[in-house]
Design a protein around this ligand. Structure first.
Ligand code: SAH
Ligand code: SF4
Length: 405
């Protein structure tokens, strides 16, 4: 293979959703088609059930073929659906053009007349294949980092989710960036995807219906406040004190709790939007009396919303979810500190919190030796953290992609 062939192979084929409206207009002009074709293409992509160029029935066959020869209609080679037992959740395992796999999860909820809200349907999207942060309770963290997704690869997860909902006569109401990956470590593509999703000609989704979840990338939170102020911020906190947060969210060594909270408060002030804090509840690790007291103290008076999520079992950790009674106690403690709290039950297991698990399963199990070693390290590190000692090194994933077993 000569160098130019090699270079071409590493360039992934362009996908429709990666183009801005003006870039698409230029393409349409280049192939000699009329300008109104742009609206027809975008309508078919976002407001029909077309899955390829031949489904864009408003275009003639010749134009369909011409566009198909240079632009992929969808980002995905394959879409596998898995319905959860609750009947309300659909997991999508999506294979990208280079074989990388990511997940998106679709969650439907009925109308809630008490809160005056209509039926909701939320899609949880991935922003990266794998994740470099490496939180030890997370299946995606275990996979290690493969690559960033492009803006179009992110948007197409929403597009597919909308098509599924449309076939059920339902509307997509919310988008959450809580799937695989750390969105603020792929911030340019994430912002470009928000622009596509909220563009009336494309996704047409209200900015206020979009939430970006971060494990605490401080400069990213600052940029979100400045550049996309209508978007809701969710911060994955998990622990209020540094020694334990160092262990649970390795990025905490770079941006400690105080810096993350400062940035989140500044975001709330600048945007007028209430921050959500997510706390994955791990039995005996972050649910002790001192942990909940520290959490209540840290967030008291912030007017924030706290989401308590029972930890999903992940094979490589020695940890499991907190007892339901304990989670309720903590919820009440936080409510007494003036915070609004929701406890995510069932759904967490099926959906957002389980994101990455399907892809992790497909990537193959790490070796038993690697898992055993990792469990040992986690037990030692959590014992140290519980005594308030900060450890020097994050614990490397045991996953097959890191290949250090
Ligand atoms: N990287 C971003 C967004 C993706 S993770 C972030 O960390 O915020 C989305 C949420 O799922 C995070 O709050 C994460 O902590 C949580 N999560 C990950 N693994 C989990 C598990 N095994 N059980 C419960 N929640 C989990
Ligand atoms: Fe990455 Fe979020 Fe998982 Fe941490 S919890 S490893 S930041 S995806």
């Amino acid at each position: 293979m000569n160098p130019s062939e090699a270079a071409r192979q590493t360039i992934r084929p362009e996908i429709l959703a990666d183009l801005s409206v003006s870039q698409l207009a230029a393409r349409v002009r280049d192939v000699g088609a009329e300008p109104y074709r742009v609206t027809q293409i975008l309508d078919a992509a976002w407001r029909s059930t077309a899955t390829d160029w031949s489904g864009v029935t408003t275009l003639g066959r010749a134009l369909q073929e011409r566009l198909a020869s240079e632009l992929r209609f969808s980002a995905f080679e394959a879409v596998e659906r898995q319905e959860a037992e609750d009947g309300a959740t659909t997991k999508l395992l999506l294979t990208l053009s280079d074989g990388a796999k990511v997940e998106a999860v679709l969650m439907r909820s009925p109308a809630d007349p008490r809160r005056g809200s209509g039926p909701r349907a939320t899609v949880c999207v991935s922003s990266q294949a794998g994740c470099a942060v490496g939180c030890p309770f997370c299946a995606t963290g275990e996979l290690g980092f493969t690559r960033n997704l492009s803006s179009g690869e992110i948007q197409d997860q929403v597009r597919i989710a909308r098509q599924i909902l449309r076939s059920e006569q339902r509307e997509l109401t919310n988008v959450v960036y809580m799937g695989m990956g750390e969105p603020l470590q792929n911030i340019d593509a994430v912002f470009a995807s928000i622009d596509g999703l909220t563009d009336p000609l494309r996704g047409g989704i209200g900015q206020r219906r979009i939430t970006v979840s971060t494990s605490g990338v401080v400069p990213g939170i600052e940029r979100l406040a400045r550049q996309r102020p209508q978007i809701t911020l969710a911060v994955s906190l998990h622990a209020a004190r540094n020694p334990l947060r160092d262990l649970l969210v390795p990025l905490n060594r770079k941006w400690p709790v105080e810096a993350v909270i400062r940035a989140a408060h500044a975001h709330a002030r600048a945007t007028g939007r209430r921050t959500t804090y997510e706390v994955t509840m791990i039995d005996g690790i972050n649910d002790r009396a001192e942990d909940s007291a520290a959490l209540a103290e840290l967030l008291a008076g912030s007017g924030a919303h706290v989401n308590l999520i029972p930890m999903n079992a992940v094979a490589h950790t020695p940890w499991h979810e907190s007892r339901p009674e304990r989670i309720e106690q903590i919820a009440n403690e936080l409510r007494s500190a003036g915070l609004t709290v929701t406890v995510r039950r069932n759904r967490g297991r099926e959906a957002g919190a389980a994101c990455g698990q399907l892809a992790a399963e497909r990537a193959g199990e790490p070796t038993p030796v690697a898992v055993a070693r990792r469990r040992e390290l986690l037990v030692a590190a959590s014992a140290a953290a519980l005594q308030g000692r900060r450890t020097a090194q994050p614990i490397a994933p045991a996953g097959p992609l890191r290949g250090d077993a």
